[in-house]
Design a binder for this molecule. Structure first.
Ligand SMILES: *[C@@H]1O[C@H](CO)[C@@H](O)[C@H](O)[C@H]1NC(C)=O
Ligand SMILES: *[C@@H]1O[C@H](CO)[C@@H](O)[C@H](O)[C@H]1NC(C)=O
Ligand SMILES: *[C@@H]1O[C@H](CO)[C@@H](O)[C@H](O)[C@H]1NC(C)=O
Length: 200
């Protein structure tokens, strides 16, 4: 008597593959629907980048001796929100002044709200008081001072939330970098507006 022949495995493969097919079709459909929703939301909201510009900058009480600096940097920033449907809630705006990799001064605003399609001027006055400078930084700053103007970097950091209809997003960190911001020692000299790179 021949031993019983092992039976072929039950034909589960066709069933399984049709289930797999359904799952794949479902996933693709979800991706397409999700993509369309994002596309419609995008078309309705039409998000536009925030624009930052240094509108004005001037130096006051500049005094540099023994590698120690006193100075006040008056900075006027223009924050441009061109969005038609999103207003902005800033928790704060931090502005710092840098020269050759050393931070010279810092100032901060309080919280504020910026409406849709609004352009706001923000004035800050970062101040250096008996700030010790690195030797080469002091030398370079002295040389520029003698030439009548100093080329600075203005850095902005902000925390903000977007508001769309009645919904507020979570908090975003924004960084803006404005360079070179040329400040004149002679207050009568014209300031050249400086656009900033904004990174959100
Ligand atoms: C900066 O100001 C302080 C007083 O606020 C003064 O003692 C110091 O000598 C000044 N430094 C320079 C470099 O002018
Ligand atoms: C710089 O140092 C010299 C002596 O080391 C001192 O006479 C002078 O007052 C200092 N200048 C400032 C502005 O602190
Ligand atoms: C932007 O909003 C501020 C404060 O709400 C207001 O003072 C200013 O006039 C507005 N600017 C424009 C261009 O609408």
């Amino acid at each position: 008597m021949a031993p019983p022949v092992a039976e072929a495995p039950p034909p589960t493969t066709p069933k399984r593959s049709s289930l797999l097919k359904k799952v794949i079709i479902f996933i693709i459909a979800m991706i397409v629907v999700h993509g369309l929703m994002v596309l419609f939301a995008w078309l309705i909201i039409k998000p536009r980048p925030l624009l930052y510009t240094v509108e004005d900058g001037s130096l006051h009480g500049f005094s540099l001796a023994n590698d120690s600096l006193n100075a006040t940097f008056d900075v006027t920033l223009r924050l441009d929100n061109r969005n038609r449907r999103m207003s902005l809630y800033y928790s704060s705006l931090d502005v710092s002044i840098w020269f050759r990799g050393q931070m010279l001064a810092f100032d901060q605003t309080g919280a504020f709200h910026q409406r849709r399609r609004n352009s706001t001027l923000i004035e800050v006055k970062p101040e250096a008081r008996s700030l010790r400078l690195m030797r080469d930084v002091a030398d370079a700053l002295n040389r520029q001072k003698k030439s009548g103007n100093v080329k600075l970097d203005v850095r902005v950091r902000a925390r903000l939330r977007f508001k769309l209809l009645m919904f507020k997003t979570w908090g975003y960190h924004l960084k803006a970098y404005c360079s070179p911001v040329v400040m004149h020692l002679d207050p009568k000299k014209w300031f050249k507006r400086t656009p900033c790179d904004v990174d959100l």
